[in-house]
Every structure is written in C-alpha cells, then in structure tokens.
Design a protein around this ligand. Structure first.
Ligand SMILES: [Zn+2]
Length: 233
C-alpha cells in the first residue's frame, strides 16, 4: 500500500437518524440524543458500506426511542443506491450498527469472527434476526478489503470491534465506528499516546494499544458512528 498509485477513494457520511439515551445511562441526570452514522467508501472497484443503521424491536424502541433512517433512505439522501454496494462492513454487531443487514441480501459483510461468535452466543447482545441471514465474510485481525482499504481490530467497546482504514492520495482516513463514543475521547487517547512517545513524566493515562498502530499512519481524519465531530490532527 504505497503512496504511488493509490486509488482515489472518497469517504462519505450516511445519516441513519438518532436515538435518545435515557438519563439512567448518561451519568448526567439528563437524557442525551446521539446520532447514528454510517459511511460510504466510494472506491474504483466498488462501493463499501460501513455499518447499516438501527434495527427495530419493541423493547429497544421503547428504551432508546430511535428516529430511524433505513439504509436505502440514507443512501438515497447522498445519491447512492443499495445496488451500488459491492461489500459492507459492520464495526460490531450491536443493533444500531447492523440494522440494515437484512436489506443487503447476498452482499458480503465483513466482520471479525470473534464478534460474530459473541453475538451468536451472548443473550441480548443484538437482535438475532439482523444477523441470521447475513452473508458474513469472517476475518481475524487485520484484513485487506480492496486496494488501499483494510480492516484493523480496535477492541474496547466490544472485543471484536473493528475499524476501516482508507489510504487516499492525500493521506489516511480512518472510519473508527464506535472505537470511541466521541471524537473528544479519541483526542484524549491520542494525546496520552503522544505524551508517552514524548517521554513525558509519569503518571500518564493509559490508552488502547492499537492507538499506536492508528497514529503511526498519521491519519488526516478519524470518523465515528455516534459523533458528528471528526478528529483531525
Ligand atoms: Zn453504537
């Protein structure tokens, strides 16, 4: 994946709507409205859909009160069509990241093998009907998807969480899903990494080990699933 001959790939945001996290889960005493965002990576060899939106279930809907935008609608809003999708990625398999999987038919969906095993074995991990018919492409660890586009494990939110790395002619763009809930949390870990690298005096906060792999790529942009804000250096 050298810089010469890197395909011109674009990353576009998809709006899957929002949900309301109840006050019992926010730690602030107030409910919080959180966006649900996916991404469309437009590559000369085919479009890649990253996450597919929120699934629906009466209990989930009562708890999170989602305002849902279906995957077809989210794609149409940016002038794309579900038939354009060559392959898809789920960063992880909670209901708000794989809700549109059933609409993908036989389109391959890349997921970490450990994530699918956890989703199938753990009660209430996801909505089983969202993943039962999906044509999963199972990967373990780093995996190439298309030239200049690859997956990297970024565990934390779930053990099998993964991010998508896109090498563009002008630098690396990372679609990090829910590696962090917010760009600000990513920035905190990035600064902790920087302070360690600088040999700054302890004590310093810990950070996920994979921040080192991501930051060594000198990313220009890092996108998230539940934050409109974007991390930039
Ligand atoms: Zn989520």
């Amino acid at each position: 994946m050298q810089n010469g001959g890197v395909p011109d790939v674009t990353v576009r945001r998809l709006d899957f709507g929002y949900f309301v996290r109840p006050a019992t889960e926010t730690g602030t005493g107030n409910p919080r409205v959180e966006p649900c965002l996916g991404y469309l990576v437009v590559h000369p060899q085919g479009a890649i859909l990253f996450d597919t939106g929120m699934g629906s279930h009466p209990e989930v809907d009562a708890h999170y009160r989602p305002r849902r935008v279906e995957v077809r609608e989210a794609l149409a809003a940016i002038g794309a069509n579900i038939s354009d999708i060559g392959l898809a990625v789920n960063c992880h398999l909670h209901f708000d990241h794989c809700g549109g999987n059933p609409a993908l038919g036989q389109t391959p969906v890349f997921v970490q093998r450990s994530e699918l095993e956890t989703a199938r074995e753990s009660k209430d991990y996801t909505l089983p009907e969202l993943i039962e018919g999906t044509h999963f492409e199972l990967v373990t660890g780093e995996a190439d998807v298309l030239p200049g586009v690859w997956l990297m494990p970024t565990p934390g939110h779930t053990e099998g969480h993964q991010s998508l790395i896109v090498r563009r002619p002008d630098g690396v763009v990372i679609v990090a899903g829910q590696s962090h809930d917010t760009a600000t949390q990513y920035a905190s870990d990035q600064l902790a990494w920087q302070a360690h690298r600088d040999g700054h005096d302890q004590p310093l906060p810990n950070f996920p080990h994979w921040i080192d792999s991501l930051q060594r790529m000198d990313p220009r942009l890092v996108y998230f699933a539940h934050d409109h804000s974007v991390w930039t250096p």
